[in-house]
Design a protein around this ligand. Structure first.
Ligand code: 6MZ
Length: 349
């Protein structure tokens, strides 16, 4: 890895200036902390709702993360609250220079809506955000696409409802491009939910699957067998898994800070796959996962990966564009235009 190297501050500024494509961001994990604190009802422990600089750097084990998601879900309970956090999350990614965002969320019932009402509210907010960007004359508006998540702690009937909802609402309103498998990785298995993902595939939805966040060899093998269009994290892989992925790569969404915290590592240099994948030119995208929970941004994650792997500015610009090759938006013409725009902007940066 390469030639033109620059200082840490310059790398952060360079990454902030680059256009970025964010493929792995969970809505509620990116909800602004101030908003969640403001909305938190008396029963919610506000101690959960602090950022890492307030609670210390090591307080983001998977257990801690899932306690925070629980607290946020107990707080965001109405359509108005969902619309507000969605609007803020979109504004935050756009302000960070993200030009293509795939946001994912787990449909759930609210005090005033069923799961379909939840997804419709989100889609309405995305549409109004996109329309406003145009009305404001923003020269390069952010494209937003949505993935619906299946929670592995839930049941298979719910998973099927999510897939059917994604299929129906995509036909009616567009925007939805795929489904995701996420939730507490210590629970259940991909195999248990496989039928729902077969149905998603049959319906033409793209599939992203969280895998290898904890050591679960059978689960990982089953996921690789299924060959989703993308893998989330894929951190703890056996030699055999690595061999299979090298032979037939499945793009991987890496989330440097999240990976570091949930694996409880001290520095990114010890990340199990980041340096290797980048050195090999394996298809990866660098993402935030949960920008609030991990107190980060897309620009920061790109800069951290760049520093850990000693990338040159040319390589950083390539890494910023890399996710476009595995984006789920099926509109090839639109993606081609976006790719050219990224290339021009990166060349000029
Ligand atoms: C697995 C995760 C996750 O869907 O309510 N989620 N699942 N591993 C992770 N790594 C830390 N980060 C977030 O957003 C929050 C939900 O996303 C999933 C969890 O199911 C979490 O409850 P939504 O918008």
């Amino acid at each position: 890895m390469g030639a033109r190297r620059v200082s840490m501050g310059a790398i952060h500024r360079f990454c902030a200036a680059l256009p970025k494509a964010e493929l792995h961001a969970h809505l509620h994990g990116c909800a602004r902390l101030d908003t969640v604190r403001e909305l938190a009802p008396p029963g919610v422990d506000k101690a959960e709702l602090r950022n890492t600089s307030e609670v210390g750097q090591n307080d983001r084990s998977l257990d801690a993360c899932f306690a925070i998601f629980g607290a946020i879900h107990k707080t965001v309970t109405t359509l108005a609250a969902v619309r507000r956090i969605t609007r803020e999350v979109l504004s935050d990614f756009a302000a960070d220079g993200v030009k293509y965002l795939e946001l994912r969320t787990t449909p759930r019932t609210l005090a005033d809506a069923d799961v379909e009402g939840y997804v419709r509210a989100l889609l309405a907010e995305v549409a109004s955000f996109e329309a406003e960007q145009v009305a404001q004359g923003i020269s390069w508006p952010m494209t937003v696409r949505l993935l619906l998540s299946v929670d592995r702690s839930g049941d298979t009937a719910k998973a099927m409802v999510t897939v059917q909802l994604a299929t129906r609402l995509r036909a009616e309103l567009g925007c939805i491009v795929g489904v995701d498998f996420s939730g507490n990785p210590t629970r259940s298995s991909f195999e248990h939910f496989r039928e729902a993902f077969e149905a998603a595939r049959l319906a033409g939805l793209r599939v992203a699957v969280h895998v290898g966040e904890v050591n679960a060899p059978e689960d990982t093998a089953a996921v690789i067998d299924f060959r989703p269009e993308r893998l989330g994290h894929a951190l703890l892989l056996s030699t055999h898994d690595l061999k299979r992925l090298r032979e037939r790569p499945i793009p991987i969404e890496l989330c440097p800070t999240s990976n570091l915290k949930t694996l409880q590592l001290n520095e990114l240099e010890s990340h199990p796959t980041l340096t290797t994948w980048l050195a090999e030119g394996y298809p990866v995208s660098i993402s935030t996962d949960d920008s609030t929970v991990f107190d980060t941004t897309s620009s920061r994650e790109l800069a951290l990966a760049a520093m850990a792997c000693h990338l040159s500015v040319e390589e950083i610009a390539q890494l910023a564009q890399a996710p476009l090759a595995h984006a789920f938006d099926p509109d090839m013409a639109a993606m081609d235009r976006l790719r050219r725009r990224f290339e021009d902007a990166c060349a000029a940066a």
